[in-house]
Ligand binder design. Structure first.
Ligand code: TYM
Length: 323
């Protein structure tokens, strides 16, 4: 299967990105033809400092490599290294009804958060459809917040196929892969973990920072001895992502029985989290000291990605009669 997904370089990656997306990237690269990219064109809708955008873009590749993605197996590229993307986005935008974009929650959310209502933000899902369709992707590993974008991608592909595809169709229809246990990773305040809410724990936060942030995770005022509901507790939600099955089951039981204090859970969660990312933290330090290696990964991946993209773009151009 062809697997493809992207991550915006809009700052350091957090554990929502890790459990929602990156962990799936690692699992899926083994048996599939995987393409993972840094969505820098998309990040232009929120990052307006060129130096910072370059730094974040480099940092996302470093993070993917540090977490163990293998550039020999997966193609780890940067979106803007494949200019075919924006050409396909235009072709797709000519068959995309305004109404589909108007109903997009992520556009409405971002405007509500104070981002200016610009065309790029509005047309964001069309660019994302181009990212996906350009590589004939079958499966797109993402968190729940991307589900609507995947639906639009399929709708746009079907529309283009209907208008131009004839019998065989031009684009392959992709499916999302969303893990039930980590579809929406909670942040410190119990809402979805997201940079724009300022409630993240970053994958490479220093251990002391991780401990401090974990202490801030919201909890209710249930006394230590009282029974608690693990299903509605964001602290338990985060704990269960890091704990092994046995420890998680035991904690679940102790919550329901009563007698466990949130302070104890937080201390244990911080320990588990720090230990989990320790090997990646060391690899990251090595990669940061070797930017040439990271640049070499980027440029060889760009060549591979472009070759795949070119063939699909030519198919789309021929179908609609340009060129
Ligand atoms: P982005 O950069 O916001 O997030 C990257 C990935 O992390 C997932 N994610 C989460 N999953 C669970 N819980 C959370 N709290 C959480 N926060 C983030 C996201 O669902 C995503 O999978 N539009 C995309 C980037 C993109 C893309 C693509 C993705 C551009 N083109 C093509 C797939 C295919 C985005 O903004 O993700």
């Amino acid at each position: 299967m062809r697997v493809l997904s992207g991550i915006q370089p809009s700052g350091p990656l957090h554990i929502g990105n890790y459990f929602g997306a990156l962990r799936q990237f690692l699992a899926l690269e083994r048996e599939n033809d995987a393409y993972y990219f840094v969505a820098d064109f998309h990040a232009l809708t929120s990052v307006r400092d060129p130096r910072l955008l370059r730094e974040y873009t480099h940092d996302v590749i470093v993070t993917m490599l540090a977490l163990g993605l293998d550039p020999e197996r997966a193609t780890l590229f940067v979106q803007s290294d494949v200019p075919e993307t924006t050409e396909l986005a235009w072709l797709l935008s000519t068959v995309t009804p305004m109404g589909w974009l108007e109903k997009c929650v992520s556009y409405k959310d971002k405007v509500q958060q104070g981002l200016p209502a610009e065309h790029g933000l509005f047309a964001y899902p069309v660019l994302q459809a181009a990212d996906i369709l350009l590589y004939d992707a079958d499966l797109v590993p993402v968190g729940q917040d991307q589900k609507q974008h995947l639906e639009i991608t399929r709708d746009v592909a079907e529309r283009f196929n209907h208008v131009y595809g004839g019998e065989r169709g031009v684009f392959r229809l992709p499916k999302p892969s969303i893990l039930e246990t980590s579809a929406v990773v909670p942040g410190l305040d119990g809402r979805k973990m997201s940079k724009s809410y300022g409630n993240t724990i970053d994958i490479f936060d220093e251990p002391a920072v991780m401990r401090k942030k974990v202490k801030k995770i919201v909890t209710d005022s249930t006394p230590v001895e009282a029974p608690k509901n693990p299903e509605t507790c964001p602290l338990f939600g985060l704990f269960s992502l890091f704990a092994a099955a046995e420890e998680r089951a035991l904690m679940d039981q102790r919550y329901r029985q009563g007698g466990v204090g949130y302070g104890e859970v937080k201390t244990r969660l911080a320990e588990l989290m720090i230990a989990h990312f320790e090997p990646a933290r060391q690899r990251r330090a090595e990669l940061l000291a070797n930017p040439d290696h990271v640049r070499a990964v980027r440029s060889s991946a760009a060549a591979r990605a472009r070759a795949t993209a070119r063939a699909v773009l030519d198919r789309a151009r021929a179908a609609c009669g340009v060129g």
